[in-house]
Ligand binder design. Structure first.
Ligand SMILES: C[S@@+](CC[C@H](N)C(=O)[O-])C[C@H]1O[C@@H](n2cnc3c(N)ncnc32)[C@H](O)[C@@H]1O
Length: 285
């Protein structure tokens, strides 16, 4: 008996498989609205990630789903689409060299400042901005200056809701020293057993907002540090170029831009000087 190839797996029963045309339309939409680059090989990913949404909404085809997203004038379906296609993966103290840099080098330059402003541009569920707060508060000790103002933004409303709640499972805190857990988090009991919440006085240092990095943005005051980590990987070069120039314009003279360790500004025309891998600085002081 000859072995025949298994039939193709239907990713979502009851939903017609994603066609090339539908993939093209979804890719164009994701690119225009979010700068997300979906290369031709990403068909399977789109089918798997969006197939669930198509089915859950009771649609029979990706085309029907696409039409419903385009027709939703609130923009919420679009955000959910981008949420499904990108990852919110993050962690406390992810890429720890950046937090050492803030504590051990940047902070020394702010000794005479009343306040410093820091922007976490793709903050996901909040671990990045809270790690900045923990690391700097710990380094400041009893010093009351500089005051920290941390702005944390993301495209994903779901991630921002989580970030704003500031509640994390105990297992998520493995990278935080025990002393920081005691100083900056409240341990839940009763029905909150196994969960920790960022203390209100620490959470109060962080303002969360939704912001799409590929749209024009401008903040009323410049930042001392901008973190733009592990999000540029989704964008093509022209989008990255535009973004880095916009970010540079939001830095104060002498301010720093920190990017993810798998990202690079090589080949991007920008006004910042290179400090070391993943750390750039605007000239001036
Ligand atoms: C992999 S997470 C990175 C989180 C954090 N910066 C870190 O390095 O751990 C990428 C985040 O980028 C966000 N994102 C994707 N496209 C975006 C856009 N156009 N504007 C703003 N945020 C975006 C996603 O919602 C996600 O939370």
């Amino acid at each position: 008996m000859s072995k025949s190839a298994p039939p193709p797996v239907d990713p979502q029963p009851g939903v017609r498989p994603l066609t090339d045309r539908e993939f093209e339309k979804i890719s164009r939409l994701a690119y225009e609205k979010f700068g997300l680059e979906l290369k031709p090989g990403k068909q399977e990913l789109v089918s798997a990630r969006l197939g669930k949404k198509v089915r859950a909404a009771g649609f029979r085809s990706f085309e029907q789903y696409y039409q419903s997203v385009v027709a939703d004038s609130t923009g919420e379906s679009l955000i959910q689409l981008i949420d499904a296609l990108t990852t919110n993966f993050t962690d406390f103290m992810r890429e720890p060299a950046h937090f050492d840099f803030l504590r051990n080098e940047a902070l020394a330059g702010w000794a005479k400042r009343d306040r410093v402003r820091i922007w976490s541009t793709a903050c996901s569920t909040g671990e990045e901005p809270y790690s900045i707060a923990f690391a700097l508060l710990d380094a400041l000790g009893n010093a009351s200056r500089p005051r920290l103002e941390i702005v944390a933004t993301d495209i994903s409303s779901r991630a921002l809701q989580h970030a704003h709640r500031g509640i994390y499972q105990a297992a998520r805190l493995a990278n935080l020293p025990a002393a920081w857990q005691r100083a900056f988090l409240l341990r839940g009991d009763g029905k909150w057993q196994g969960q920790y919440r960022v203390k209100p006085e620490v959470a109060g240092l962080v303002q969360f907002r939704r912001l799409n990095l590929i749209e024009p943005f401008s903040h009323p005051e410049p930042f001392s540090v901008i973190l733009c980590r592990n999000v540029m990987i989704y964008f093509d070069r022209p989008t990255q170029q535009k973004l880095v120039r916009q970010l540079a314009s939001q830095l104060e003279p002498g301010g720093y831009l920190l990017i993810g360790h798998s990202e690079s500004l090589t080949g991007i025309d920008h006004p910042l000087s290179y400090v070391r891998p993943t750390i750039y600085r605007r000239s001036g002081s």
